[in-house]
Design a protein around this ligand. Structure first.
Ligand SMILES: Cc1ncc(COP(=O)(O)O)c(C=O)c1O
Length: 450
């Protein structure tokens, strides 16, 4: 059990005094001091197994020696020099690597930025300027970030949109193909892809498809709750895009870079998108985003419609190059698949024992565990999610939840099987404690979540 909290609590109090509350969804007072691989130490010396990876930002884990070396070598030479006006070799090298690891054997180009959010904004700009159309389709429940364009694409939280309007016009949200929580009340066996029919109806009645520039989708929907669309849905969506001249754009900010057991989650569907947005893990924690798209799409955007003073910063680019090398050299994509299967097996085993677990889903090391009050009604058990995550933190496992009730299991891809086993043992023990009513209500005052 976690014992010392003094230093962490003191910093949290200072934080509350000076840092915007709009920038954090609080879970527990964890202030990090150091980290290695999948292990985190806080300011009071408590150690944790990290099942969160800083929201899927640390696929290569904490402080990988090769990443540190790449960063140090670059810092020793120079930290930044504008690529808005001049050129940078690390940026070019990383862009060349990206064009090779992304699906599609056509000519591609890259736009750099600093966050997944600006990547999403850039994708809207690319789509509009290439197609000459204005409308964009995204999905209910999606999170694409918090710049104006990204918020306009997102539809996950009213508070995110309140008081800041008007947002970007001409963005339309469709039901996501979430088969556990089907918007049309269907079961998988009886699915007639009503969600896609809904979009088709929209195209017939109020959204002229010849005015639609792009559909932007997360192929495996992170914050919606790790929903995985049916293969036939994705194929039909893609076919419809091609038929109507709509760009098929994927947001791989959270699921990309090996997280789901492929370089990019869209590869699970065998579909080659027109545009890919990436961020989070690509520079192992340094701020960097990238949009990779067909050359003609990138070239359609005028200068200076998408540039940032520190875009593709060389320290970030070197870290990103090392990130690709580490993922390749350490076989992390395969590791993600193998460990992901093990984790799902363990949670499915728990599901047989505990009615609380309604569904286990995901790919690679991107797994969601639905906690429900009732398996038939699927009523979300938010209290369970709060208490279990809080107690796990007290016992040395960093685990959070999303969509009110879904345990978000996304450890660094470098985590060992022993570490995973130890974390899962604690999680299972904690689920049992929750069921036995042994976790106090204290957590409910502290954990706010999304
Ligand atoms: C799918 C997805 N897209 C975009 C973003 C925004 O990325 P960032 O926070 O780097 O701006 C996130 C962040 O959580 C995300 O999960």
């Amino acid at each position: 059990m976690r014992k010392k909290v003094k230093n962490c609590v003191e910093i949290v109090q200072r934080d509350e005094n000076v840092i915007s509350k709009a920038s954090r969804a609080p879970y527990f007072p964890l202030v990090m001091k150091s980290g290695r691989g999948a292990i985190v130490e806080d300011m009071d010396g408590n150690k944790y197994i990290d099942m969160f990876s800083s929201a899927a930002v640390l696929n290569t884990g904490h402080c990988h020696p090769k990443i540190i070396q790449a960063i140090n070598e670059q810092i020793d030479k120079f930290i930044h020099f504008s690529t808005d006006y001049m050129y940078s070799e690390p940026q070019v090298q990383f862009a060349e690597m990206l064009t090779k690891i992304t699906p599609g054997d056509f000519k591609k180009k890259v736009c750099f930025g600093l966050s997944g959010s600006d990547g999403n904004d850039g994708a809207i700009k690319l789509a509009r300027s290439y197609t000459g159309r204005t409308k964009v389709i995204s999905f209910i429940g999606a999170y694409h970030g918090s710049t104006y364009g990204a918020i306009s694409l997102s539809a996950i939280s009213l508070n995110m949109r309140r008081k800041i309007g008007p947002l970007l016009p001409e963005i339309y949200h469709m039901p996501y193909p979430d088969c556990y929580r089907c918007s049309f009340g269907k079961k998988r066996e009886y699915c007639l892809m009503e969600c896609l029919e809904y979009m088709k109806t929209a195209f017939q009645n109020y959204i002229p498809s010849e005015e639609v520039a792009a559909i932007i989708i997360e192929p495996i929907a992170g914050d919606i709750g790790f929903a995985i669309p049916p293969q036939k849905y994705m194929e039909e969506l893609y076919r419809m895009c091609k038929e109507k001249g709509i760009l098929f754009i994927v947001d791989e900010v959270q699921q990309g870079f090996g997280r789901t057991g492929k370089w990019f989650s869209i590869e699970h569907f065998g579909i080659v998108p027109d545009v890919i947005i990436m961020g989070k893990s690509i520079a192992s924690g340094l701020p960097l985003s990238a949009i990779v798209a067909r050359e003609e799409i990138v070239d359609a955007l005028n200068m200076p419609a998408h540039l940032f003073t520190v875009q593709g910063n060389p320290v970030c680019a070197k870290s990103a190059i090392a990130t690709i090398e580490v993922i390749n050299e350490e076989n992390l994509i395969e590791h993600s698949n193998v460990l992901g299967e093990y984790i799902k097996e363990r949670f499915n085993f728990m599901k047989e024992k505990y009615e609380l677990i309604g569904d286990v889903r995901g790919k690679g090391l991107s797994i969601g565990v639905e906690l429900v009050k009732d398996r038939i009604t699927k009523e979300k058990d938010t209290q369970a999610a709060i208490k279990i995550c809080y107690r796990c933190w007290q016992k040395g496992v960093i685990l959070i939840f999303l969509a009110e009730n879904i345990l978000r299991v996304q450890p660094p891809l470098v985590i060992t099987r022993e570490e995973v086993k130890a974390a899962l043992n604690i999680i299972e023990e904690t689920i049992q404690e929750y069921i036995d009513g042994k976790i106090s209500d204290q957590a409910l005052e502290i954990v706010k979540g999304w």
